[in-house]
Design a protein around this ligand. Structure first.
Ligand code: HEC
Length: 232
């Protein structure tokens, strides 16, 4: 040890660089040994962190992988839920199919498919004497499909058929218009007729499933609720 001390002492006299340079080899081994020990201990100790580190890199890959698998699952779920939300959205839409209204039917029979261009109920004429509550004189118009159903004795009129009656007073003034318009699924209990009643000023008096209308017309339930002629 003494020679070493002397050597160190000698070297201390030399320049810092030399001192350091020469001093280091001695320490180097010590430092290296220490580092090795440290490394060894660290390596053992770090075995888990080291393996954790690759694990970490693996983990992201793994987490990426599950994320990826999750993402498709999510994206799979999303369209499913979208489809699910779309389906109920579509269902009420189809269920809530444009409900007919008095206004719509009134506009339909006066503009789109003006009843003035229709045939009269076969065998009837203009301003025939009325037998019911609809006026002293009546004129009954029938749409094309209603006309065919009467002619063919179809038994029931098809969807979209319309029968319209003008009611006049004894002086020949128009007082009201009553309409029976068939809308599929509208009122299956009463052969799907939509009932409409409006006055000479086009003001709607009753519309839809009108109890007072079908109550009286029920007498003719076997003839599709129609009075004027036998359609069977
Ligand atoms: C008191 C019974 C009674 C009531 C209530 C009644 N109707 Fe009538 N309806 C008749 C009779 C009877 C006829 C046959 C034509 C006539 O004599 O006026 C008729 C004819 C019709 C016609 C021509 C087609 C057919 O059946 O011959 C239509 C359309 C019509 N009614 C619609 C209506 C509407 C809409 C209402 C409700 C606002 C209504 N009716 C209420 C008795 C009634």
């Amino acid at each position: 040890m003494n020679p070493n001390i002397d050597w160190i002492a000698n070297n201390r006299k030399t320049t810092g660089k030399q001192q350091g340079a020469r001093y280091i080899p001695g320490t180097k081994y010590f430092v290296y040994t220490m580092l090795l020990i440290l490394c060894a201990s660290l390596c053992f100790g770090c075995t888990s962190p080291e393996t954790e580190t690759p694990n970490e890199t693996e983990t992201p890959t793994e987490t990426e992988a599950p994320v990826e698998t999750e993402t498709p699952t999510e994206t799979e779920q999303e369209p499913v839920s979208e489809a699910e939300t779309e389906t109920p959205n579509e269902t009420p839409e189809t269920e809530a199919a444009p409900e007919p209204t008095g206004e719509e039917i009134q506009a339909y029979v006066t503009e789109e498919n003006n009843y003035k261009n229709w045939e009269l109920w076969p065998g009837t004429g203009e301003l025939d004497p009325g037998k019911g509550p609809h006026g002293d004189q009546i004129t009954i118009y029938v749409s094309d499909s209603a006309f065919s159903a009467i002619e063919e004795k179809a038994g029931v009129m098809p969807e979209g058929s319309t029968v319209l009656k003008e009611g006049y007073n004894s002086e020949g003034e128009l007082i009201e218009v009553v309409v029976m318009h068939k809308v599929e699924g509208f009122d299956p209990e009463h052969n799907d007729w939509f009932w409409l009643w409006y006055d000479a000023d086009d003001e709607i008096k009753a519309e839809g499933k009108v109890l007072s209308c079908y109550n009286c017309h029920t007498r003719q339930a076997g003839n599709d609720y129609l009075f004027t002629g036998d359609i069977k």
